[in-house]
Structures are given as structure tokens and as C-alpha cells.
Write a new protein. Structure first.
Length: 247
């Protein structure tokens, strides 16, 4: 039993080290870099979905490769869960048995998180605790919006499968208490958003608490993926639409 727990712990650390745990460390370093520069955080910018090449089709290729390889970690987490008794799709609730529940619950969660999240973002910026978030730096080309939508889906699938479904499952198997599991998931989610500033950390940590609670109650990752996708699509595509000629 002890050997199984050690393997579970090591597996968890490796998955996080290859994915969002690594992102959390880079995000912390990015925040320290911003804090040690002249001027408040609110005068600095955090750029998402940046262009990777001045040549459009190479840029598109890089964007699609980034999305694909980020999802490889999802496949790894799913594969590792599949080595246990039971089916990972049932553990995560990744099935089509309740599509309207997943869509409706996801839309409700998006509204619950999105509106207060905007208020927190602007409040943190006003207090000098958050950077300006540039949600899209892609050129105004035919493939930009489809890539932004794919990026939103990739973010949602990666974060909700790994930070909620996989992490919560493994920590419960390691006999962590429910409050400790929720705190770990929320703090991890907040930590890899530290590059945005303290507002990004707090807002995403709160979102992490809500999403972990919802998963523990519903045992379905689908509504979380829907909610996260909707939030990111609105942010990415909305920014691209309104700021393509400069904000």
C-alpha cells in the first residue's frame, strides 16, 4: 500500500512538472521580473496568444503545434488514470450521457465566474496589483479566430482535466482531506496565472475553489470544460475583434 502511494505521488509530480506545475514556476519568475521593473504592475502588459512568426503560414503552424503538444499532457493524464481499475472517462465524467446538463451547467458557471472576474480584474489594475492582459497578439488574418477558439478549447481541456479531474482524483487516492484537495487545486490554478499579477492569482484561485467543489459534487468535468472554453473564447475573440487595429 505504501509503495502504491509513493508511485501515485511520483506520478503526480511528474505530470505536473511536465505541464501546469512547470507553468506555475515560470509564472512566479515572470511576476518577480515584473515587480523588479520600474513602475507599477498596471503599467505593464501580459501577452497571450502571441504571434510566433512574421510569415503567416509558419505562424499558423506554430500555433497549431503549440495546441497539439499541450494536449499531449491531457492524453498522458488520461492514460495514467486508465491504468487503474475502472474507466477514466467515467472517473472524469467525460461522456455524452448528459450533454444538455454539461452545456447548461457550463454556461451557468461561465456567467457566475465571468462577470465578477471582470470586476476583480479592473479593480486589481486600478490598485496597481495586476498587469494589463493582452488576450490576443495574433495578426488579423483568416485563421486567427479559429486558432483563438482552438486555443480556448485547449486551455479548458488541459486545465480542467489535469488541475481538477486528475489532481483531485489522485489527491483523494492519497487520502488528502476534501478541504486540502480543494485548496491544492485552487492554489495551483492561481499560481500559473501569477504572470498577470496578484489579481490574476486571486481571481483564478477563487475560480479553482468553485470548479473543484462543482467537480466533487457532480463528478463531471464536462461543465467545467464548457465554462472555461466560453470564458476564454469571449476574452480571446473579443479582444481580437476590438483590438485588431490597436487598443
Amino acid at each position: 500500500m505504501r509503495n502504491l502511494a509513493v508511485r501515485r505521488r511520483n506520478e503526480l509530480l511528474l505530470v505536473l512538472g511536465l505541464s501546469l506545475g512547470q507553468s506555475a514556476i515560470y509564472s512566479l519568475v515572470s511576476l518577480i521580473s515584473k515587480l523588479t521593473q520600474p513602475g507599477p504592475l498596471s503599467s505593464q502588459t501580459s501577452a497571450l496568444n502571441v504571434s510566433r512568426s512574421v510569415r503567416p503560414y509558419f505562424d499558423l503552424t506554430y500555433q497549431l503545434l503549440d495546441i497539439f503538444f499541450a494536449l499531449v499532457v491531457v492524453g498522458l493524464a488520461y492514460h495514467l488514470l486508465g491504468r487503474d481499475p475502472g474507466k477514466p472517462r467515467l472517473v472524469l465524467g467525460l461522456d455524452l450521457q448528459r450533454p444538455w446538463f454539461d452545456l447548461g451547467g457550463g454556461a451557468a458557471l461561465a456567467a457566475l465566474i465571468g462577470i465578477p472576474g471582470l470586476g476583480l480584474y479592473f479593480g486589481a489594475r486600478a490598485l496597481g496589483l495586476n498587469t494589463e492582459v493582452s488576450a490576443s497578439g495574433l495578426p488579423d488574418l483568416w485563421w486567427s479566430v479559429p486558432v483563438l477558439i482552438l486555443s480556448a478549447v485547449q486551455n479548458a481541456v488541459l486545465e480542467e482535466v489535469v488541475v481538477v479531474g486528475y489532481l483531485v482524483t489522485r489527491l483523494r487516492e492519497l487520502r488528502w482531506s476534501v478541504p486540502a484537495v480543494i485548496a491544492a487545486s485552487a492554489l495551483l490554478r492561481g499560481s500559473y496565472h501569477l504572470y498577470q499579477g496578484f489579481g490574476g492569482f486571486v481571481g483564478n484561485a477563487i475560480m479553482g475553489v468553485v470548479f473543484a467543489l462543482v467537480y466533487l459534487k457532480w463528478r463531471r468535468i464536462g461543465p467545467l470544460i464548457v465554462a472555461h472554453t466560453l470564458l476564454d473564447v469571449v476574452a480571446f475573440v473579443g479582444y481580437q475583434a476590438f483590438c485588431s487595429n490597436g487598443c
